[in-house]
Design a protein around this ligand. Sequence first.
Ligand code: CDP
Ligand code: CDP
Length: 230
Amino acid sequence: MSKITIAIDGYSSTGKSTVARQLADWLEYVYVDSGAMYRAVTLFALRKGFISETQFDKQKLIDSLPEVTLEFRKNAEGKAEIFLKGENVEKQIRTMEVSEYVSPIATVSEVRRKLVEQQQRMGEGKGVVMDGRDIGTVVFPNAELKIFMNASAETRASRRFKELQDRGDKVTFNEVLENVKERDHIDSTRKDSPLRKAGDAIEVDNSEMNLEDQFHTILQLAKDRIAGRI
Ligand code: CDP
Ligand code: CDP
């Protein structure tokens, strides 16, 4: 059966990466978490001191971009993890600190250009499921299946809050809710590749869906598209 490209975009914490990973496993496709790449660049900028609460030295970040090498490697369980300059940073990129700075970093066109090029190379052979904000609009405008995920901000924040609590991150629900809203705002209003639903994307609101419902809904869409039924 011929392989297709699947683009999953949407607001933060809608469940994109969970469903994209499940779909890729089921279809035996490659899964790419494009958000992890923006998070890894953010971790790099934080470590270098290019961004902090009081300043953002955009030019220094741009000048240092050639140094930033990113790759995904599978761990023992077969789950892809991100490596920044050869270091596994899968855990370090998921902190609240990185979440607070990632959207400003993702507004920088030079950062986007570099990451989009790498993402397009990873999808060259099709058989890829990629999630992010601009996958159906910019990275793979010709993707055969585009999904746009949505859920209420409160639902999304409570899911993310639970996840952070389970990991022992000391945050309040309000901090998570504010971060989710702030990122949605920056991501959808930035000049370069703003978050928006592609004209040919199928919208899935999963406010009332659990992980299983959401997986079956989207898997059905993928099967229908692969079989040419939709
Ligand atoms: O998982 P979560 O929804 O919290 O975010 P993510 O997918 O890890 O992405 C983190 C941030 O990276 C987003 O809020 C965007 O600012 C940026 N991003 C982007 O601009 N374009 C993408 N294709 C993916 C992520
Ligand atoms: O990638 P994105 O930020 O869109 O979301 P995610 O990391 O896949 O999901 C965020 C959290 O919400 C995870 O802990 C998921 O297990 C949870 N979730 C859920 O409980 N029910 C859903 N229908 C979707 C996500």
